[in-house]
Design a protein around this ligand. Sequence first.
Ligand code: HAM
Length: 420
Amino acid sequence: MSLQAPRGTNDIYGSYSQKWGYVISVIQNRLKRYDYHQIITPTFELTDVFKRGIGETTDIVGKEMYTFEDRGGRSLTLRPEGTASVARAYVERGMDQLLNKKFYYIAPMFRYEKPQKGRYREHYQFGVESFGNESPLMDAEVIDLLMGTYRDLGLSSLEVKLNSVGCRECRPGYESRFEKFIHKIRSSLCEECKNRSEKNPLRILDCKNPNCKKVLQDTPQINKYLCEECGDHFSVLQTILTKLNIPFQVDSKLVRGLDYYTKTVFEITSGGLGSQNAVGGGGRYDNLLESFGAKKVPAVGFGCGLERLLMVLESENVNLPIDEGIDVFVGGCLDSSLSIGMKKLQSIRELGFSGNMDFRVRNLKKHLQQASKLNARCALIFAEDEYQEEKVIVKNMAEHQQEIISWDNVEEFLTEWLKK
Ligand code: HAM
């Protein structure tokens, strides 16, 4: 049997990995402008972090976690999402003392889901978590950050779906109203939703089953049951998003599949993704830290799937400015010229240019073919005829110009040439 990658995982390589790197550099550039600092948490946590954080009756905790016992008998889980881990770290390390409480991560997440296009068992998320600020302006900042990142990458047609799921004060009132409604239509729901109606009825609103969606059309709307504080928060957020020119649509069925949310929830979807159409999502979670044993710390954040982001860029035919070439290709046509070639390659790289070399002795034609395949701007070939005079052929690959220069002049010559 030949070895294979586990189902639902990807290898990132070749031009895809260059696009990946470019996307991350664009993300980091925007994060810097918003003053978010990187946080790196462990890839695995004690299972309780996710059970308590995400909620025991969610699909993630109930069905999708990679949980195992370590040799010391502890139950550990590979991180299925970033928020619970960052919240755990915030409480444990006393990060309330930090001046800057705005964090970001770019990290792999693990969920035992049924793999399909855009849905993997290991996926990467770019996410932010901002702590200590209860203002709807902070919700607007994270949404603005996410939408700005999409724009930086060349995606300008994405729209935010927005809702408010209320708080501990107003949610129970909605829930009892919703449960009465569900009781009436229960027999028309899918088996899974019937199950959800016992354990965590709100999750029914997430169901993708077309029939469930249909019978839920007239469901009571959660954002109509908000208390005064949540109602004000939601309305200020909408006013600010409008001021910031961020297009959004209120979707009263949006509740998201994690239990920690309070007030704002949002999701960004794209038609180009098929059924797994969420390219990012997030919201506010003002009670999560308290449930981890800290004092109440308001917080808001989002997660954005990198694989899906690259898929949207592909489906929208966005050309990423990936420089797949190199500045200089170095080749030697004699055994004895390889070492001088390597020496010159070292100084070219020290000067800040990119270079590559074929460490085999080959003839001039073969080296030039290789330089062209590697998309080199110029080739530096230590050929036989020039070797005795300590000279080298420099070829400008685009303009097909060739010169013969002395070894000592290589650095100066290339610096001039490559600056153009
Ligand atoms: P989430 O909606 O579960 O939220 O995931 C965030 C994003 O990760 C999704 O919108 C999607 O782009 C991507 N994603 C999720 N699951 C998969 C998968 N199996 N394969 C590929 N991509 C996937 C969270 O995880 C929250 N922690 C977000 C958050 C941060 N809320 C507040 N702060």
